[in-house]
Design a protein around this ligand. Structure first.
Ligand SMILES: Nc1ncnc2c1ncn2[C@@H]1O[C@H](COP(=O)(O)OP(=O)(O)OP(=O)(O)O)[C@@H](O)[C@H]1O
Ligand SMILES: [Mg+2]
Length: 277
């Protein structure tokens, strides 16, 4: 049996195709843009193409993410909190804390030993604690976001950005550039600043599973976050696609209508009503 999950995020739409044993058969990430429905179609077809499969072979596909209602072909949906937690708990036994850093929000989800969600914190109000902050800094430094990590790797002098807000940090950056500060040090300062916002969200102890595009593409974030934690930081397979993977697990469990299969942890929350059941 084949199942799929689509995570319609503010920045990227991710799709994951799995088999009945939860093995990942194909993934795809596309920019969400303004056409969320179209991005979902492209991501889904991309993941199926990577798996060498067609839509007709998929038993069920579920959606998650802020744009999940736009995924017209989905058989059901679940929240991002459920899917990121579910996906991470599949790889790492609880208790654990999931930290997901996306383009528009950052989430901290605490999960108990049974895989049940205990609590969550979410920042979607302040861009300074999300991937948008890095995007803005990269823009100001004149590099594509894909090049920010390479730029920061040349950092020699530890610098701090004092501004809390993304807009003010951008202005502060210009002042520092004018003052002769090196772009590589400023890039590293941006990572430090984002880590500061993340660790302020909640107590991050025990096993911390880090997911999202910021974690997947910025190794400096993993290193800096790890240095701030008392516990262990774990980056699971496909960190950026973790929400889509969790949605694919939900599709499998929803299709079987019996919850998680033997040996797996329980689902995190009630299923949202399927729209095409
Ligand atoms: N190829 C890349 N290179 C560098 N950074 C990237 C890349 N792709 C994504 N990012 C970073 O990851 C962020 C987007 O992460 P992700 O794809 O998890 O977001 P999302 O799920 O669409 O957003 P949200 O969960 O907030 O709705 C961007 O803001 C950017 O900083
Ligand atoms: Mg996301």
């Amino acid at each position: 049996m084949i199942y799929a999950g689509v995570d319609s995020g503010s920045w990227n739409t991710k799709a994951v195709v799995i088999d009945g044993g939860a093995r990942v058969r194909g993934t795809c990430v596309v920019r969400s843009g303004a056409d969320l429905a179209g991005a979902a179609e492209r991501a889904y077809d991309g993941a199926l193409g990577a798996a060498g499969l067609g839509r007709g072979e998929v038993t069920a596909v579920w959606a998650t993410g802020f744009g999940r209602q736009s995924v017209a072909f989905a058989d059901g949906s679940r929240t991002e909190l459920d899917c990121h937690g579910r996906g991470a708990a599949h790889y790492v036994p609880g208790p654990l804390t999931v930290v997901d850093i996306g383009g528009q929000d950052a989430k901290v989800i605490r999960i108990d030993a049974a895989g049940q969600r205990l609590s969550h914190r979410m920042n979607r109000k302040c861009a300074a604690g999300t991937g948008s902050f890095l995007d803005e800094i990269a823009l100001r430094l004149g590099v594509p976001i894909e090049g920010l990590g390479a730029l920061a790797s040349g950092s020699a002098e530890p610098l701090e950005l004092s501004s809390f807000c993304t807009v003010f940090a951008g202005t502060e950056l210009l002042t520092l550039i004018r003052g002769g500060k090196r772009p590589s040090d400023l890039a590293m300062a941006a990572y430090r600043s984002l880590v500061k916002r993340i660790v302020a969200m909640d107590v991050l102890d025990g096993r911390v599973v880090a997911t999202g595009g910021v974690i997947a593409h910025h190794p400096a974030m993993v290193a800096l976050l790890g240095a701030e934690l008392r516990g262990e930081i774990i980056v699971p397979p496909h960190p950026q696609e973790m929400g889509a993977f969790g949605a694919a697990l939900a599709a499998r469990d929803g299709a079987a209508a019996v919850g998680p299969s033997a040996g797996e942890r329980a689902p995190l929350a009630a299923v949202e009503a399927p729209r095409h059941a």
